[in-house]
Design a binder for this molecule. Structure first.
Ligand SMILES: Cc1cc2nc3c(=O)[nH]c(=O)nc-3n(C[C@H](O)[C@H](O)[C@H](O)COP(=O)(O)OP(=O)(O)OC[C@H]3O[C@@H](n4cnc5c(N)ncnc54)[C@H](O)[C@@H]3O)c2cc1C
Length: 437
């Protein structure tokens, strides 16, 4: 690199921090502007009833290569902060269990599918044939369609569809199968079930989301001469008088990376007429919520596995997954329930929702539980963009040239995930470095 670029990064979520780390590691000087009091964005720590919890339970998988690489680079201890478990979809209430054994590819998937409990042999072979068909086409669909259509086409029905493919779609894309992009789902399957055995592993955080990456990243950035400005919302990015630099609050930067959620990026781009096409694209985005409900039980309450599926096929049921935070490095007795995407859960008030989940958990476990001491409901209304078929993604470099984009929605191959955010941050940082070398 001939000169050291001064790069402003707007947004201290995982994409912005990934970009900052990558740039700092290459010797660039960066300033991160974050509107909130803390880093992490949509994957952050929240303090609830004296416990360090998260705004939403996050699941990582072994295929999150770039996230794991950056965690190591900034000094986060992967073994101490993530519990690695073989992929297990366990629905005690529906008597369904699929567990991938620690065998080399492709035996792990074949043996895992064939030994699944709670579905017919025909359904297991049909699921294996579906994966084979995707593999044969290199996971590339001729035309994108919805996940529901893809599953229909491959005759995926009954328990394997309801308790395996559909929950995987909802967990990865946070979009109901009737609306979700089959191509992006196929990409997720390519990198998870279609990858090595280690790629399929579940990585469940055993520290809060702040400690998982953002706080280590912040220390790394500061050690490398960068600075982080919390509680600093950027209202606009303007041109310097000589038109040579971009300015934020009167400060000049050679490059600015907008690493916010899409709706906030559109607001920052709007005053730049050259970005009109991108702004119009982002205006068409729809969003999906995620609800996280914590119930604080007495400490002796424990689940048979840290993560359980709750679907029993009963109409009106709210719970999708429940996590035993006590088995994940947190306080014993604290259960985290996940409610992905739009649904009737979002129409219930907090007390009704908490009570319904308590009752559903008892039914699922087949025993009565003491009433929880407390509950906390966190509703992220725009948790992720709705990952629809053929959703256009903006380019990393905007027509303004020195104005760049990063964020989960910019990573064209992925749904809204931590890995998508991190990959996009890294890719944009690499292009900024290339542009200045
Ligand atoms: C409840 C929930 C559960 C999830 N579960 C999973 C999961 O299990 N696995 C998974 O991989 N992913 C999951 N995700 C998705 C994942 O969290 C996101 O894809 C990822 O965090 C997005 O990161 P980002 O950096 O692109 O955007 P963001 O996290 O939105 O970061 C953008 C940052 O920009 C800041 N900002 C916005 N405007 C300005 C401004 N004008 N000036 C300064 N700062 C600004 C914001 O405050 C924010 O901190 C989940 C998300 C939610 C909400």
């Amino acid at each position: 690199m001939n000169r050291t670029p001064e790069v402003a990064i707007i947004g201290g979520g995982w994409a912005g921090l990934a970009a900052a780390v990558e740039l700092c590691a290459a010797g660039a000087r960066v300033v991160v502007f974050e509107a909130a009091k803390q880093l992490g964005g949509r994957a952050r720590r929240v303090d609830v009833h004296g416990h360090a919890l998260d705004n939403g339970q996050h699941i990582l998988i072994g295929a999150y290569r770039e996230t794991l690489r950056l965690m190591r680079l900034v000094g986060a201890d992967e073994d101490a902060s993530l519990k690695r478990l073989p992929l297990e979809l366990n629905y005690p209430g529906a008597n369904f269990r699929l567990r991938l054994p620690r065998l080399p590819k492709p035996l792990h998937l074949a043996v895992g599918l064939l030994s699944a409990r709670g579905c017919s042999l025909g359904a297991k072979f049909s699921a294996a044939r579906f994966m084979q068909a995707l593999q044969a086409s290199d996971f590339a669909l001729t035309t994108d369609c919805t996940v529901a259509e893809l599953l229909d086409r491959h005759n995926q029905r009954g328990a394997i569809r309801r308790l395996m493919w559909e929950p995987l779609c909802l967990a990865a894309l946070n979009t109901p199968p009737e609306h979700a992009s089959a191509q992006i789902f196929a990409n997720v399957l390519r990198d998870s079930l279609g990858g090595s055995r280690a790629d399929t592993d579940l990585l469940l955080p055993t520290v809060d989301l702040g400690l998982l990456f953002p706080e280590h990243a912040a220390r790394f950035i500061e050690r490398h001469g960068g600075s982080i400005r919390l509680s600093t919302r950027v209202e606009s990015v303007t041109r310097s008088r000589a038109d040579t630099h971009l300015c934020i609050n009167g400060e000049s930067f050679a490059h600015v990376i907008v690493a916010t959620a899409p709706q906030h990026a559109a607001r920052l781009l709007q005053p730049h007429p050259e970005t009109e096409t991108i702004v119009r694209t982002l205006a068409d985005y729809c969003y999906e919520p995620i609800g996280t409900v914590y119930l604080g039980y007495p400490s002796e309450v424990r689940l048979p596995f840290p993560m359980l599926g709750m679907d029993e096929g009963k109409p009106g049921q709210f719970g999708q997954w429940v996590f035993d935070r006590g088995q994940l490095g947190g306080a014993h007795g604290v259960m985290g329930f996940v409610l992905s995407a739009e649904g009737t859960w979002d129409e219930c008030d907090n007390a009704v929702l908490a009570d319904a989940l308590h009752r559903e958990l008892q039914t699922m476990l087949g025993r009565s539980l003491p009433p929880p001491h407390w509950h906390q409901v966190i509703r992220e209304r725009r948790a992720t963009f709705s990952c629809r078929p053929n959703l256009p993604r903006p380019p990393r470099r905007t027509p303004v040239g020195e104005l760049w984009l990063a964020g989960d929605y910019v990573c064209a191959d992925y749904p809204a995930t931590l890995e998508g955010a991190v990959r996009s941050g890294i890719q944009t940082a690499c292009e900024v470095l290339k542009a200045t070398s």
